[in-house]
Design a protein around this ligand. Structure first.
Ligand SMILES: NC(=O)C1=CN([C@@H]2O[C@H](COP(=O)(O)OP(=O)(O)OC[C@H]3O[C@@H](n4cnc5c(N)ncnc54)[C@H](OP(=O)(O)O)[C@@H]3O)[C@@H](O)[C@H]2O)C=CC1
Ligand SMILES: O=C1OC[C@@H](O)[C@H](O)[C@H]1O
Length: 388
């Protein structure tokens, strides 16, 4: 008889859009994606608004009976029947909320962007290590079968050394009279919630640059990049377009990461506009269809391919969710194996990415409020208590 899967008990912090998508994926049987070694249990959900919001959330996701609900994040992190807390609040809140969970002795999976500043990311990592807890930034894209396959292909040398990655993750959200299709209070453009294209969407362009140009560098030759960036600001003060050039001189490689809120990477929504990502070496290139955050199809163009291209489709069947369960499976395996971080996205790499984004925001003169940039933990911060 096959051994029972190792099951982890999740506590969900916040009840917004991504919390719903993540939980719906958690509730899909792992066996349906061929996973038998780990499983997931939805143990509790907390809303900073009210217990009633958490109750309503359970109905929305069609949760099984027996899931606890709380009207505060503090109650959630103190629940002894939880193995890991999923932080699904806006970027502005990640540092304080993840600290709240770590300080209560909980393992943490924290949504992207990890934090607002690099110092906050370092403090989270330092705290998790001091308390011997698991911590991971929830960059789900890295755990897609397509991402794994492409990292393997690049490592196998199919392109020769990769010298260039160009990646775009942009959405077409232009509104009337120069505005964007978001109210100014919306987390996409609101500086109080660390809004802006870079922290929300540009992180995926950087994910592609990093998972190829940085992650695959041999450990002994790890080289953080030089950064040149330019930003257009929206009327709220958040960035609406950000362009970043990275150079890794020791590896002779370069990356270009683009993001914006006016022109989509996939203008007709049909993926006919061309690739969002190009990974290039002397022997050929790999092109990945948009969106960069949910990659499902790629093609290989070989220098000696005689004009033929190889197309590889990694679609997810319509009834098989969004694809967030692969990162959840990674968390379960790490907890099972006593690993305190994911090898696919080590904490040191999340920190370097935060350093790059911080530098880009500095060059673009984007300023966020002190409340959300401090790296001093405050359990009573309104970011933890829900005071809005
Ligand atoms: N991996 C992915 O594909 C995606 C990741 N994300 C990431 O997830 C995070 C949340 O995004 P998303 O779910 O879209 O955001 P939503 O605005 O839909 O939800 C955020 C939730 O955070 C809680 N919250 C606490 N304080 C505030 C506040 N002051 N303002 C607004 N919400 C607050 C609320 O839950 P409550 O009231 O219950 O406490 C709210 O429902 C972001 O970091 C984003 O980058 C987002 C979309 C996709
Ligand atoms: O992480 C994300 O991916 C999907 C986008 O629509 C969303 O804004 C972003 O937060």
């Amino acid at each position: 008889m096959a051994p029972e899967p190792f099951t982890i008990r999740w506590g969900i912090m916040a009840t917004g859009g991504i919390a719903q998508a993540f939980v719906e994926d958690l509730l899909i049987s792992p066996a349906s994606r061929g996973v038998h070694d780990v499983a997931h249990k939805l143990a509790a959900v907390a809303s900073s608004s009210s217990k009633a919001s958490a109750d309503a959330f359970l109905e929305k996701v069609k949760a099984p009976a027996g899931v606890k609900t709380y009207g505060s994040y503090r109650e959630l992190v103190n629940d002894s029947d939880i193995d890991v807390v999923y932080v699904a609040t806006p970027h502005s809140h990640h540092f304080q909320n993840a600290m709240l969970a770590l300080e209560a002795g909980k393992n943490v999976l924290c949504e992207k962007a990890f934090t607002v500043t690099a110092a906050q990311a370092r403090k989270l990592v330092e705290t998790a290590r001091a308390k011997n807890l698991f911590l991971m930034e929830a960059v789900w894209t890295r755990y897609f079968p397509l991402s794994i396959k492409i990292r393997e292909l690049v490592q196998s040398g199919v392109l020769g050394p990769v010298y260039r990655v160009i990646a775009d993750n942009s959405i077409g959200a232009e509104g009337p009279n120069g505005s964007l299709d978001f109210p100014n209070e919306n987390r996409m453009v609101n500086p109080d919630l660390a809004g802006g294209a870079l922290l929300d969407l540009g992180i995926y362009s950087l994910t592609w640059l990093f998972q190829i140009l940085y992650h695959l560098q041999p450990e002994a030759e790890k080289e953080a990049p030089r950064v040149a960036a330019a930003i257009n600001k929206y009327s709220t003060g958040a960035d609406e377009t950000t362009s970043i050039i990275l150079q890794f001189p020791g590896h002779k490689s370069q990356g270009i990461a683009l993001t914006g809120l006016r022109v989509s990477s996939d203008v007709d929504g049909q993926k006919t506009a061309g690739p969002a990502i190009r990974i290039q070496g002397p022997l050929g290139e790999i092109q990945v269809d948009p969106p960069a955050y949910r990659p499902l199809k790629y093609q290989i163009v070989r220098k000696d391919g005689g004009g033929q291209i190889e197309v590889v489709d990694c679609s997810i069947p319509a009834d098989q969710g969004r694809g967030m369960y692969w990162e959840a499976d990674e968390v379960a395996r790490c907890l099972r194996d006593g690993q305190k971080e994911s090898k696919t996205l080590p904490l040191s790499e999340s920190i370097v990415i935060m350093e790059v984004m911080e530098e880009a925001l500095r060059q673009g003169e984007i300023k966020y409020p002190d409340l959300i940039t401090t790296h001093v933990y405050d359990p009573n911060s309104p970011l933890n208590t829900g005071g809005r």
